[in-house]
Ligand binder design. Sequence first.
Ligand code: PLP
Length: 357
Amino acid sequence: MGIGDVTRPLCRAAVEALKQASDQMGTEEGFHGYGPEQGYAFLRDEIAYYYERTSGVKLFSDEIFISDGAKSDLGNILDIFDIDNVVAVTDPVYPVYVDTNVMAGRKIIKLQANFENGFLPMPTKDLEADIIYLCSPNNPTGAAYTKDQLQKWVDFANAHGSVILFDAAYESFITDENVPRSIYAIEGARSCAIEFCSFSKTAGFTGLRCGYTIVPGGLVRDGIQLRKMWLRRQTTKFNGVAYPVQRAAQACLLDDGHKEIMENIAYYQKNAEVMAKTFSELGWPYTGGKNSPYLWVKCPDEKESWAFFDELLEKASVVCTPGSGFGQNGEGYVRFTSFNTHENTEEAMKRIREFFS
Ligand code: PLP
């Protein structure tokens, strides 16, 4: 039995919006062709309102760019940066940040994330980086930066002229008041940070594809607004997201749809609780589970990631993700996901308890 990321189906409100918009596309008056490349105003305005009500953050609609997902944007954003820019990533890391920069040929510095710092590395005096990737809540470790910690990163970036690329793909899993859902909840972030977000994990758009990137007007480097650079990049290389998909995304932020997607989040959170309880009972140290759909578990008996993966598979027929695939510091850890059914999660935890108690 596998427990890879299995998101719940699209909510009813999204399906209805998708159907209606698809029907419209077959009519003279409702047909939508090219553009706007940066996304329709109805969705950008709705996202701005979502930020205001969930984070107290005010965004201008023209700072929000709709795309076919955060992964594309995280790779594409590099088009607006110089090849000589030095990049800092955490280790372990969501591999997209590393691989896209390796393909481009940029120098990469690793920020050491480990059990001692709660997998949340902080800026050091000797750090020299033009681009800093932060992912909070983190994939794979589930760790999430507090307001004070993020403030230190923002202050560092503003003092050094660095740009933070902030991946907020898991913001809707945050429950702690002290953990910001957006970097723009931090003072000074508008002059140093670009934020990426996605409807994939929040609303099950893993197959439908929709995400967005926020580039604030106040973010200026070498006298140039990065918002304008990104707009130019997108209008040059991208022709926008399908109209029905954008209508479906909008539906997920409106009353009924939002209620439904938050019920799904609560469903995953329940799975995370069950897993956290099991690992605590077994005495397996872990991070995440709270504010995050992932639990990052230290392999028992100092086992290596793949050795423990094999053991779990052979003894309990349970699949996890070996931590070593996320970087050197991931060796000796595995990642468990709460994106699954209650039944599968309960069954997997039951088997783990049977074989490892
Ligand atoms: N960012 C993080 C941290 C992720 O874990 C993922 C997907 O696993 C993505 C971005 C990709 O999101 P999308 O499906 O919108 O491309």
